[in-house]
Design a binder for this molecule. Structure first.
Ligand SMILES: [Zn+2]
Length: 135
């Protein structure tokens, strides 16, 4: 499946907007248009890989994000992109802590990381409701 330019333009524009909203304008970002589901996870709509030491991130877009776009659920598309961008803010702490944890603690810490990343996204939406498409 090839993503239409309209979708790609939308994602590019939102990712760029949110990068600035969260104060991470110094980051360089590439977007990768993945045409397959993430391995073993049919629900992953997007994923971000961050190199904090180089102020660089790669945003990976997967088919479920396009499904939301196709179904005109821009609210969900926006929330997912914002969540991924907010990982830029939590990543430095994550990197320091994760390597010092036992495997069982790592699983627990991953959950904390996701929750705190989402809380930051929620706070940003609360403070700037206009950046998210209406339901
Ligand atoms: Zn996440």
């Amino acid at each position: 499946m090839k993503y239409p330019e309209k979708f790609k333009d939308y994602v590019r524009s939102k990712a760029k907007e949110y990068k600035l909203v969260i104060g991470a304008g110094e980051y360089n970002m590439d977007i990768y248009w993945e045409e397959e589901e993430e391995q073993g996870n049919h629900f992953t709509a997007a994923k971000i890989k961050i190199r904090t030491e180089y102020l660089f991130c790669n945003l990976h877009i997967h088919p479920p994000l396009y499904d939301y776009f196709k179904n005109k659920d821009l609210n969900q598309v926006d929330r997912i992109i914002l969540h991924e961008m907010c990982h830029v803010l939590t990543e430095p702490f994550y990197e320091v802590v994760i390597s010092n944890l036992a495997p069982i603690e790592q699983t627990y810490f991953e959950q904390i990381r996701e929750r705190q990343t989402q809380r930051i996204a929620n706070a940003i939406i609360y403070a700037n409701p206009e950046i998210i498409s209406k339901l």
